[in-house]
Ligand binder design. Sequence first.
Ligand SMILES: Nc1ncnc2c1ncn2[C@@H]1O[C@H](COP(=O)(O)OP(=O)(O)OP(=O)(O)O)[C@@H](O)[C@H]1O
Ligand SMILES: [Mg+2]
Length: 137
Amino acid sequence: MADENCIPINSEVDIVTARQKGREMAAKLGFSSTELTLIATAISEIARNIVEYAREGEISLSIAQLGDKRGIIVIGCDNGPGIPNIKLAMQDGYSTGKSLGLGLPGAKRLMDEFEIVSEVGKGTKVTMKKWVQNHAR
Ligand SMILES: Nc1ncnc2c1ncn2[C@@H]1O[C@H](COP(=O)(O)OP(=O)(O)OP(=O)(O)O)[C@@H](O)[C@H]1O
Ligand SMILES: [Mg+2]
């Protein structure tokens, strides 16, 4: 797809790149400036988790189209250690690192749709979507 953008995630710099590219794509789709910040923040959290827990992976950005609705799809995937208990990982304050444990639940709140698929020893895939609100109707 022409409008798909795949960013390899290996380091802090890549987190910034993913954040910027997501923001650009979302801006083209017509999200408000507040929403651009929310989307960029969600992308940062997922990209940061890849660097912290899986070391490397990728973020892919694409456009969602459902009838006359348009939105952004953000997929973060890695072949890292996986998440043994997703329900636990999605709780505010749960962290296996020495962090706040707000990344995943925070990203879920910032986006409209959020799904994690993870298998221990295989990796993790986070799929998030946000739809453009049509104020013209
Ligand atoms: N890509 C991943 N691979 C393996 N484990 C992950 C991944 N992403 C998250 N996790 C696990 O889920 C837990 C919760 O993630 P979350 O982002 O909510 O919190 P955190 O990264 O620990 O802290 P914060 O994001 O607030 O700095 C992590 O501590 C980690 O154990
Ligand atoms: Mg995190």
